[in-house]
Design a protein around this ligand. Structure first.
Ligand code: SDX
Length: 442
């Protein structure tokens, strides 16, 4: 990734301790320019401080661009609305990982590799029996994905040589792991993947097929799941993707890097929000639908409650994914002839919140998690599997970023600096002479 050709004529100027320094400015294709501070500490003796990395770029990337002001999202230059309407999740996975949409032949080969690697080693299947009943599905998923590096050690030594095979294997196996963990949680017999089924049809069949009542694949549900996974497939340097990059930067294999990303996604402020939204809507519904109480709680500075599914670090306009999901909710419920009072409740909450100064002033709009759970629920997926579904969707994005990092000659092991505010040099005192420490929690 040659960044030299992106250096602009204009420089940034920084004056500190009476000295003025010029710093290079790098031009982007879209969006924020970047001030290159890679020489800052060496020239000024200073580091920057930016909690949550709200103003800090960790890398240059050609994968995804989202415009927080406009509320737009593009994967490899294609608008998310087009990809969700025209492509399958496997096609979009290929696009994110390889940088271009596949030809028919390339897609056939990619699908063939995914079918070839859909099964997991039978010894791994027994791992499921060792998780205690009620184990959190994200804990199982993260552990099992990390275990893949034990069963496929060739991954560890020459990670990039077989990236296509690894990517197809991971996309396919994680789908099987997710479905098997669900079946095991119910104590039901496992249904194995079928080569004649598409990615999503296979997942649904592995999740819901039973010897006594074979699952009937419904194209409406398959199409809805394809769209859901596409909408979750990537999102720039979000918390879990940055985790995959940071862990991968130590030259950790892909499986272990992805396992770390799954753990980061689990958080209720991140991917865990879709399950928290459903829990919140169900609680409001059970209490009689008084959502105004929760909107007031969310606005109360003394109440830690937040309106889950609202707000976003980057979007200060509608999250385009939320708009598509809101429409998809209606389509799926109508086509399946289902009604869900939680959808009406969610729409009412959105309508009231978007007229309320508190939310308007803070640019808090529904994000990807606000409507997704209603669709998952309507196609039979339980609340505690929602974040697993987010991980299934985000997997191609994580793989694409891990690969881009390995390919980037600018990349090095991630090791941020800090502002040290601890005690000065202290005199050591033998244990018998020690008094109560007055700087214990400084
Ligand atoms: C995802 O990064 C990504 O791209 C993530 C993601 C992806 O695809 O990877 O898009 C997926 O993680 C979506 C977000 C899911 N999380 C939630 O829905 C949890 C609820 N949302 C919030 O916790 C919050 O909005 C965050 C975490 C999403 C964003 O947090 P920020 O950017 O750190 O914003 P902030 O906490 O500084 O909030 C700014 C202000 C604060 O009020 P003031 O102190 O200015 O008075 O907005 C308020 C916050 O209290 N606020 C909310 C709120 N979110 C922010 N108030 C009530 N309800 C909310 N949901």
């Amino acid at each position: 990734m040659d960044l030299k050709k992106r250096v602009m004529a204009e420089k940034a100027k920084l004056t500190i301790d009476g000295e003025t320094y010029e710093l290079p400015v790098l031009e982007s294709t879209f969006g924020d320019k970047a001030i290159d501070i890679s020489s800052l500490r060496q020239r000024t003796g200073c580091v920057t401080l930016d909690y949550g990395y709200m103003n800090t770029g960790s890398c240059a990337s050609a994968i995804t661009y989202l415009d927080g002001k406009q509320g737009t999202l593009n994967y490899r230059g294609y608008p998310i609305e087009t990809l969700a309407a025209e492509c399958s999740f496997v096609e979009v996975s290929y696009l994110l990982i390889n940088g271009c949409l596949p030809t028919e032949n390339e897609l056939r080969n990619f699908k063939g590799m995914m079918n070839k690697y859909a099964l997991m080693h039978e010894d791994m299947v027994h791992f499921f029996d060792r998780f205690p009943a009620g184990s959190p599905p994200m804990s199982i998923l993260s552990s099992m994905v990390n275990t893949l590096s034990a069963f496929y050690p060739e991954m560890i030594n020459n990670p990039l040589e077989q990236i296509d095979k690894m990517a197809a294997r991971l996309l396919s196996k994680v789908r099987t792991i997710a479905a098997f963990s669900y079946k095991k949680s119910l104590g039901q017999p496992l249904t194995y993947p079928r080569p004649d089924y598409s990615y999503c049809a296979n997942f649904l069949n592995m999740m819901f097929d039973l010897p006594v009542s074979p699952y009937e694949v419904n194209p409406v549900i398959v199409n809805a799941l394809d769209k859901l996974l596409i909408l979750h497939a990537d999102h720039e340097q979000n918390c879990s993707t940055s985790t995959v990059r940071l862990v991968g930067s130590a030259h950790v294999n892909l499986y272990a890097s992805i396992s770390a990303g799954i753990s980061a996604l689990w958080g209720p402020l991140h991917g865990g929000a879709n399950q928290a939204v459903m829990d919140m809507l169900e609680r409001i519904h059970l209490e009689g639908g008084n959502y105004k109480k929760y909107i007031d709680k969310a606005k109360d500075p003394n109440d830690s409650f937040r309106l889950v599914g609202f707000g976003h670090r980057v979007y200060k306009n509608h999250d385009p994914r939320s708009r598509i999901l809101k429409k998809l909710c209606d389509e799926v419920l109508q086509t399946l002839n289902l009604s869900n009072p939680l959808l009406d409740l969610a729409k009412e909450i959105e309508e009231v919140a978007l007229r309320d100064d508190y939310f308007v002033e803070r640019h808090l709009y529904p994000n990807v998690d606000f409507y997704s759970g209603i669709i998952y629920k309507s196609i039979g997926i339980p609340n505690d599997m929602f974040t697993v579904m987010f991980a299934l969707g985000r997997l191609p994005g994580w793989i694409a970023h891990w690969k881009e990092m390995w390919d980037d000659e600018n990349w090095r092991i991630g090791r941020p600096r800090q502002l040290y505010i601890g005690p000065k040099q202290r005199r050591f005192v033998a244990i018998g002479d020690r008094k109560v420490c007055d700087e214990r929690f400084s």
